[in-house]
Ligand binder design. Structure first.
Ligand code: UT7
Length: 331
């Protein structure tokens, strides 16, 4: 099939809550230190949405408002809204629909995508399909996480890791097929369900006093097996993308990796043969914002990218899910 249009990001904005949770503060909650967190994970601080009564849709809506203003887009022009999240406001309705209501987006359809920390990568690939088929022209892809609502702040193995925030992107078609999404490689391996999960609150374990007492409504992660899978799979898929397109490190402007652990990012960059300045990192200031990590890095560096820059976007997350997108910056 000949592709005569590509999906490109034509605007990107973010929202992060004001409150900054530092390692020193976490060290007062659990038996840990700034030194351990920095050396084992690479996180110094993370933004946390503290206010009661606010969830992921609040942050997503703030990001979308900025996006509409920055791109001079009217809510009625938007024809699709996809929200990538593992921390929706509620199981249903979809957070995408709540954001549409809060913004006044009335001519669109949309839904949520739950793909763990690969949320953005999987959602962007989904949006690409609609754009390339000519089924959508102005898509808002909003990634948002209130991870702090699922974190057990008495568990030192998980509580330093996660942060909150949202990023909204406008994705549109371009007839310049050298720009936008060029290729993707996506994977799942359900073995991951044994290592990274939150069992409570779904249909298997609906909320009861027992599920609360058993702390089932918190993230559970077995760090080491997740680390081992993440470090090999994220590097494998990034290298495979390079080989598929005969790319050398010189051809790649930047690697935009999921921000779960600095050691995983370093290992991926090393396998790709990239120098440090081509590996974009912000984990120190945001922690792991799940599927919002990759777009947060894109947003932070948007002024650095030049039209035509080749980016490799790579992520790994719960499921397991993982994937890589070959992207050429479009504006
Ligand atoms: O984003 C989705 C995908 N997720 C990931 O990619 C995360 C992958 N996993 C990791 O990043 C790492 O496994 C963690 C950062 C979660 C943990 O680091 P680790 O080097 O794998 O530590 P570990 O689980 O092997 O634990 C080593 C030791 C243990 O003590 P013992 O048993 O050796 O006495 C832990 O109890 O470190 C201890 N430990 C801590 N010590 C101080 C665990 N958490 C902490 C802590 N502070 N916060």
């Amino acid at each position: 099939m000949t592709i005569d249009r590509r999906a490109i990001i034509t605007g990107i904005e973010s929202y992060v809550p004001d409150y900054v949770l530092t390692n020193d503060e976490i060290s007062k909650m659990v038996d840990t230190t700034d030194e351990w967190i920095m050396s084992r994970i690479g996180i110094k601080e993370r933004h946390i949405l503290k206010e009661d009564g606010l969830g992921t849709s609040y942050m997503g809506t703030e990001a979308v408002k900025k996006l509409l203003a920055a791109t001079n887009t009217k809510p009625e022009e938007v024809d699709m809204v996809i929200c990538a999240t593992v921390s929706p406001d509620m199981l249903f309705p979809a957070t995408a629909t709540i954001i549409c209501d809060k913004i006044g987006i009335l001519n669109a359809w949309g839904y949520d995508i739950n793909a763990g920390c690969s949320g953005f990568i999987f959602a962007f690939e989904t949006v690409r399909g609609f754009i390339e088929l000519g089924r959508a022209k102005k898509v808002i892809l909003v990634c948002g996480e209130r991870m702090s609502g699922m974190v057990d702040y008495t568990d030192r193995t998980t509580c330093p890791i996660f942060g909150d925030g949202a990023v909204a992107m406008l994705v549109e078609p371009t007839t310049d097929t050298s720009l936008g999404i060029q290729d993707s490689i996506m994977h799942v391996d359900g073995i991951g369900r044994h290592y990274l999960y939150m069992t409570g609150g779904g249909s298997l374990y609906p909320a009861t006093e027992k599920t609360v007492a058993e702390r089932k409504h918190y993230i559970h992660q077995e760090g080491q097996p997740v680390f081992k899978y993440a470090v090999s799979r994220m590097a494998d898929v990034s290298v495979e993308m390079m080989q598929r397109h005969n790319l050398t490190p010189d051809d790649i402007a930047y690697l935009v990796p999921h921000q779960a652990n600095l050691r995983i990012i370093d290992a991926t960059g090393k396998r790709m043969g990239l120098p440090k300045e081509k590996i974009l990192i912000n984990i120190e200031r945001y922690g792991n914002i799940a599927g919002t990590s990759v777009p947060m890095v894109l947003w932070e560096n948007k002024d650095k990218f030049k039209k035509g820059d080749t980016l490799i976007l790579s992520a790994f997350g719960a499921g397991f899910t993982w994937g890589s997108i070959l992207y050429r910056w479009g504006y």
